[in-house]
Design a protein around this ligand. Structure first.
Ligand SMILES: Cc1ncc(COP(=O)(O)O)c(C=O)c1O
Length: 362
């Protein structure tokens, strides 16, 4: 006998849309996923290959607790916080997956608050967990800032997570510290999750707020400034009370042996980090200056710029650039972004010049 039918899946899973990563096309210049144009530090590559060959780094054994601890200690030093507040995972995505499982799924109205447009994984994770997000539109006329008062009044005592990305993807703007304080103080029964994936490219961090507020946490990653997106390492700085709960819920061994070695080595190569940040800051200013006049460009503190290409559509410009061998991000898939925004990752100077020339010739 054979069986040909679907087993019913949870309704919340039917409703989600699959995460669409930035497009990769063989041979094209990829400015669609906010990766590091310098790649990983050469020290990282040497450490992985050398230790694998020497047999100190083994693929056949589970990650050793002491190596995880060393990475947490170095992250704590880098972030300037106590090591007991650091948890690590498979990218910010992996850390968020655990956090959402801890807080979401009670089925209450406004259980999660998401200012949009923003990184789409927040919405997917909340829905997968069985939660219903409430969306707050960012203020387009104010560089996509979050209207803090509107956000606070959209919360209730059942709200458990508020997702603030700073700098935000795809808009590039940072949260004002006063607004984050007001939100954390007004909604003490919700975790305020500040996603600082791009913080190295910005001129400020909100990480110290975790020391003051038991309902604030900060997420960071090795995928952007450290150039390790392919290895999947991220971390969060969380309040101490949450650490033991996090460790119960997280899957064991989510950061693999190679990734642990890579992240530790990346933290020690300060020069590669400095060069990566400088390249982005110079390239971002170049893109902003050269595209402003042609289109509306939003001021960014991240490694990308958001461009409003109206009266053209994002799709048209995306296709035209693709024909010229460049991929950017068509932002129409971001909830609340409309259909005229593209996001361009900062590349090498040569890549930046190519994308500017291509846009000028449209
Ligand atoms: C705001 C934001 N958070 C998190 C991520 C994912 O980070 P990770 O690679 O550490 O999972 C991205 C990736 O583009 C992002 O834009």
């Amino acid at each position: 006998m054979t069986i040909r039918m679907r087993v019913p899946v949870r309704p919340s899973v039917e409703d989600i849309t699959e995460y669409k990563p930035g497009k990769s096309v063989k041979g094209a210049i990829k400015l669609s996923s906010n990766e590091n144009p310098l790649g990983a530090s050469p020290e990282v590559v040497r450490a992985i290959v050398g230790r694998l060959e020497a047999g100190d780094l083994k693929l056949s054994v589970y990650p050793w607790e002491r190596n995880e601890e060393s990475l947490r200690e170095e992250i704590a030093r880098y972030a300037g916080v106590d090591v007991n507040r650091i948890v690590i995972g498979a990218g910010i995505d992996g850390v968020l997956d655990t956090l959402v499982k801890i807080f979401i799924g009670n089925g209450d109205e406004a259980e999660a608050l998401i200012p949009v447009p923003t990184f789409s994984l927040y919405e997917s994770l909340v829905k997968i967990a069985g939660g219903t997000p409430r969306y707050i539109p960012r203020d387009r006329d104010n560089n996509f800032g979050i209207p803090a008062a509107a956000l606070i009044s959209a919360c209730n005592d059942k709200t458990r997570m508020i997702f603030l990305s700073s700098p935000n993807n795809p808009t590039g703007n940072c949260m004002a510290e006063g607004d984050v304080r007001a939100i954390a103080e007004s909604v003490p029964t919700a975790m305020v999750a500040i996603d600082e994936a791009y913080v190295e490219f910005a001129d400020k961090s909100l990480v110290n707020l975790v020391n003051e507020y038991d309902n604030v946490l900060v997420l960071r990653t090795f995928s952007k400034a450290f150039g390790l997106a392919g290895l999947r390492v991220g971390y969060a700085v969380i309040p101490e009370w949450l650490a033991s709960i996090y460790n119960k819920v997280a899957l064991p061994f989510t950061v693999n042996n190679v990734a642990l070695t890579a992240a530790l080595t990346a933290l020690s190569d300060k020069e590669h980090l400095r060069r990566s940040i400088e390249l982005v800051q110079v390239g971002r200013a170049y893109l902003e200056q050269n595209l402003q006049g042609l289109f509306t460009v939003y001021l960014s503190e991240a490694n990308f710029v958001l461009v409003d290409v109206s009266p053209r559509t994002a799709r048209e410009v995306f296709d035209a650039l693709l024909k010229k061998g460049i991929t950017v991000r068509d932002c129409s898939s971001f909830r609340g972004a409309g259909d005229s925004f593209i996001r361009i990752s900062v590349g090498t100077q040569e890549q930046n010049e190519k994308v500017v020339a291509a846009l000028k010739s449209l």
